[in-house]
Ligand binder design. Structure first.
Ligand code: UD1
Ligand code: CA
Length: 463
């Protein structure tokens, strides 16, 4: 087997175990669909499998199989997984050994098989590539990815002979106190020669109260048949973190976030306080942008160059152009074009497009609206279903009354219009180019270009 970048790796199959219940998560959501960095955990394993360029990827499903399959189909479409993906149904959750046994019909066509767990989202391509490479080099029947951990609790421990050969894996549940002091652990990622795997699988016995087949028992079986077991020790031990509980989920999230922030900082983004900044794995930020503390950037948020973002800002799927300034605000599924300023305390809701050079100020909510070039909505406004052209000034407290209790209606405001403070625009309504609306007006009829509309009761002073 040889590996070439860009080409399929001949005779290699990857199997991802994702059928377990994930009981310790205490959740109605299958464990492998819990999110890390804004993506289901399983996404990372799938991406890793794909990066090895195998002939095919098998995903073992069982618990909530339909839900997991639908999620995998989505990931395949969305994330450029280009290797064929096949599902294998594990009828009963009888352990990792049984999951692989059920996959034999899928595995038969390969010569070498990489087995990965769907709950180890932090594994790096470098290590899995090195695992496969070292497997090839050492000509053994199986090679495991192991790691030395300061706290090995919960993982299978690697028992080595005095000469350092890997003998077997002892699971936490059955290890003796002495065995449990071993700090080298099994990551759950393996590279097998198919022949040894097939023969060994048949001999794995049942263990524990649930009568499970432990895949890890296969090492002793392979050795008893004269096979050779090797290990590749991870250079980045944190990558082996297996997520069985929400405590480990939080640990995985923290590491993913740190990796992401480091990648951004190395690419020229200033992050003042990495500890209070949270960035999902798909977020992009341009060079020389500065991220102030307590900022959360989620989903597919994209930020241009030389922006100042935060503090206290939340974005989800937002697209921000170059040189924007966004402070203490929330932006959801919207676009802010270059040199615009948002905040403090602005709420920009889906389908809004703002700028370039626009200004949305404090306590202003924008929903499904276009706010044009150079336009200002500086204070205390609600703008919904509106199209506002360039260089418009919207006075403080202006409200588009877009909802009549049944349907939403549109407001259009022409270029260079001036809307005074505290104006109600009863939609549907059109304000012409260069029109002026007197403060306090409630506008119910269209206003022609350049006209001045006054729509309020005349003041009467009585004594
Ligand atoms: C497993 C390993 C352990 C290793 C650890 C690394 C075994 C027996 N133990 O323990 O040595 O240190 O991973 O994180 O393998 N699964 C199925 N079908 C099943 C049972 C499990 O597909 O019937 C899948 C799960 O979805 C999961 C993976 O196998 O992705 C591992 O199962 P899990 O129960 O998490 O094993 P651990 O106890 O973590
Ligand atoms: Ca696990």
């Amino acid at each position: 087997m040889t590996h070439h970048r860009g080409k399929e790796t001949k005779n290699l199959g990857v199997l991802i175990l994702a059928a377990g219940e994930g009981t310790r998560m205490e959740s109605s959501l299958p464990k492998v669909l819990h999110q890390v960095g804004g993506r289901p955990m399983l996404f990372y394993t799938l991406r890793l499998a794909n990066a090895l360029k195998p002939q095919a990827i098998g995903v073992v499903v069982g618990h909530e199989a339909d839900r997991v399959k639908a999620a995998v189909d989505g990931m395949v479409k969305e994330c450029g997984v280009n290797r064929p993906v096949q599902f294998i149904h594990q009828k009963k959750a009888l352990g990792s050994g049984n999951a692989v046994l059920e996959s034999v019909p899928f595995l038969k066509r390969f010569k070498t098989v990489v087995v990965l767990c769907g709950d180890t989202p932090l594994l790096t391509y470098e290590s899995i590539y090195a695992l496969v490479h070292s497997h090839e080099g050492q000509k053994g029947q199986v090679t495991l990815l192991t790691a030395r951990l300061a706290n090995p609790k919960g993982y299978g421990r690697i028992v080595r002979s005095p000469l350092g050969e890997v003998q077997r894996i002892v699971e936490e549940s059955v290890g003796s106190p002495r065995e449990l002091t071993i700090n080298e652990i099994n990551s759950g990622a393996y590279c097998f020669e198919l022949d040894a795997l097939m023969q060994g699988l048949k001999e794995i016995g049942q263990k524990g109260p649930k009568k499970e087949h432990f895949l890890t028992d296969i090492l002793e079986i392979i050795r008893a048949r004269g096979g050779k077991v090797n290990a590749y020790v991870s250079q980045v031990p944190e990558e082996v973190l297996g997520v069985n509980s929400r405590i480990q989920l939080a640990a995985a999230e923290r590491i993913t976030n740190r990796r992401m922030l480091e990648r951004l900082m190395l690419s020229g983004v200033t992050i003042l306080d990495p500890h209070s900044t949270h960035v999902d794995a798909d977020v992009e930020i341009g060079q020389d942008s500065v991220i102030y503390p307590s900022t959360i950037l989620r989903g597919k948020t994209k930020i241009g160059r030389m922006c100042r973002i935060g503090p206290f800002t939340y974005m989800y799927d937002a697209q921000i152009g170059n040189e924007c300034e966004i402070r203490i605000s929330q932006l959801d599924t919207c676009r802010v074009l270059e040199k615009s300023q948002i905040g403090p305390f602005s709420n920009i809701r889906p389908e809004s497009v703002i700028g370039p050079r626009a200004r949305v100020g404090n306590f202003t909510e924008i929903k499904a609206s276009r706010v044009g070039f150079g336009t200002k909505v500086n204070h205390l406004s609600y703008i919904g279903d509106a199209e506002i052209y360039e260089d418009v000034n919207i006075g403080a407290g202006t409200i588009t009354c877009n909802y009549d209790g049944k349907a939403k209606h549109k407001t259009t405001i022409g270029a260079k219009a001036f809307v005074g403070s505290n104006v109600n625009l009863i939609a549907p309504v059109k304000i012409g180019r260069g029109a002026k609306i007197a403060a306090g007006s409630t506008v119910t009829e269209d206003v022609p270009d350049q006209a001045l509309a006054i729509a309020r009761a005349r003041q009467v002073n009585k004594t």
